[in-house]
Design a protein. Structure first.
Length: 502
């Protein structure tokens, strides 16, 4: 600890150098806008702006790109809450409770909770990053395909056992998501599968953002139009400094689940290829698990906004850990950052700390400052974000429609995905009418490819022996917890029946 503090102090001094601080301000502001635009997200933002960074020294360049990444994690919540469209896959869990809160006239509270939770998640993860970089890097290396698959099973089991929805409907929703996740080319043989009569557009699979924007953008718009029967009410949301300070006092409502979600998010972020999306979904599941009122989740519970936002921000910092210490990117965005570092002649790995300590600690110091800067920018712009909800729906609906089309087209730039987005919009609307939960399907299509790859790698290494999942301690614990969560509702029902009979 004594040796870390001087290095961290030097890193903070490096981060507040005029050029580096300007890069933090610009990066956080651009990231906030990029994250709020449906279909863009941190990956596209960092990739598009990567060439600009050749105008500045390497340290300032990486600080700028890291600030964009940080800002985008905050920004994803803005469109999720105000429009019901996730700005990126990392913010999809924020829609579950953020949108109902906005519809109930509590958009200011939801946006404040998202900003504060993001700050808490970012702060906890940066402190953990500073203190435990070497041991956590070693632990992340112990997570092979077997442990990754067990972790995915645990995520699915959380939704089944603690979702609070109809269990058969939840399982059906997960299975639909898993089927959609297998569309495209087989990961082992390379053969096309489920491409519906050789439709070329399905060869690249179903992009997650196309599904999310279709269900939560088009589907939500159709539902609003039908339920309002032409009488759309404008959400009157007042915003002032007094209201903002009042919202900040409500932090105690979600501080515990937010702190837990931050730790889980940071740990999941350190796992190679896991990223912020599974972290946010798992944080949401944990918040629901430990809540005294789990039935209120999905209907406008502030903890349902705070937990995933803390999780995805913590994971964004966590994903930088394996990149810097091992040279293994923890997310698609850090893969682009890794490429940038190699271009500038910085070789990520254990030697980076000894060969370029000024760069490493300058980057770590910039994360502390970027976290605070993004919080202040976000809180300052909340009145502007809230104004979106005062726009009449007759004007807002076409804007949502255009954003959905742009968001559906942006990932692959094919009209196939735009038509597919409209189809998912209709399916999302019908699922809502039939009272089917859509969150498990979204979870399944995100985690499906990761789970399939881990499962098949594990079975290939064990020559088809499924016992490999219970022979290794970490995976055995995750599988056991998963089974317990699935059995929990059944046991609970039987105990309730016995009580009623007594």
């Amino acid at each position: 600890m004594e040796s870390i503090l001087p290095l961290l102090g030097a890193g903070l001094l490096e981060a507040v150098q005029p050029l580096n601080f300007l890069m933090i301000l610009l990066g956080c502001t651009i990231g906030l806008m990029v994250g709020a635009m449906p279909g863009l997200g941190s990956v596209n933002g960092v990739a598009i702006l990567l060439p600009i960074t050749f105008l500045v020294p390497p340290t300032a360049a990486i600080i700028f790109l890291a600030a964009i990444y940080y800002g985008a994690m905050y920004g994803g919540a803005i469109s999720s809450i105000t429009l019901g469209i996730p700005g990126a896959s990392t913010a999809v869990a924020t829609v579950f409770d953020g949108r109902p809160m906005a519809q109930a006239g509590k958009a200011d509270k939801a946006l404040t909770a998202a900003a504060v939770a993001s700050f808490i998640g970012g702060t906890i993860s940066v402190v953990l990053f500073t203190l435990f970089a070497p041991p956590l890097a070693v632990l992340a290396l112990k997570f092979g395909p077997v442990e990754e698959f067990a972790l995915m099973v645990l995520a699915f089991a959380t939704f089944i056992g603690l979702g609070g929805d109809d269990i058969p409907k939840t399982i059906f929703s997960i299975l639909i998501g898993l089927v959609l996740a297998t569309v495209g080319l087989d990961i082992i043989s390379g053969q096309p599968r489920l491409i519906f009569g050789d439709i070329p557009g399905f060869l690249h699979g179903i992009n997650f953002l196309v599904l999310a924007i279709g269900i939560y953008g088009i589907g939500e718009m159709l539902w609003t139009l039908e339920s309002s029967q032409g009488k759309i009410t404008v959400h009157k949301v007042r915003m002032s400094l007094g209201i903002l300070l009042g919202n900040l006092k409500d932090v105690k409502e979600y501080i515990k689940t937010t702190s837990l979600g931050s730790m889980i998010g940071f740990f999941v972020g350190t796992l190679p290829a896991a990223g912020a999306t599974p972290a946010s979904l798992m944080s949401y599941g944990l918040a629901k698990t430990f809540s005294k009122d789990p039935e209120s989740f999905g209907k406008g519970n502030v903890a349902g906004v705070a937990a995933p936002e803390a999780g995805n921000n913590a994971a964004s910092t966590g994903s930088m850990l394996p990149m810097i210490t091992l040279g293994i990117p923890g997310s698609p965005t850090t893969a682009i950052l890794l490429g940038g570092m190699i271009i500038w002649g910085l070789r990520p790995g254990p030697l980076l700390f000894t060969e370029h300590p000024g760069f490493v600690w300058g980057l770590i110091g910039s994360l502390y400052i970027a976290n605070l800067v993004t919080l202040l920018i976000n809180l300052a712009f909340i009145p502007l974000f809230v104004r979106v909800l005062t726009i009449p729906f007759s004007i807002l609906a076409p804007v949502i429609y255009i954003l959905c089309v742009v968001g559906g087209y942006a990932p692959t730039q094919t009209m196939h995905d735009v038509w597919l987005m409209f189809l998912f919009g209709v399916v999302g609307y019908l699922l809502r009418k039939l009272n089917y939960p859509v969150a498990p399907a979204v979870l399944a299509i995100v985690l499906g490819p990761l789970a399939e790859r881990s499962l098949r790698q594990s079975l290939i290494s064990s020559h088809g022996d499924p016992l490999i999942f219970v022979e290794r301690p970490i995976s055995a614990i995750c599988i056991a917890l998963g089974v317990a969560l699935i059995l929990y509702p059944v046991i609970k029902k039987r105990l309730n029946r016995k009580k009623q009979a007594a």
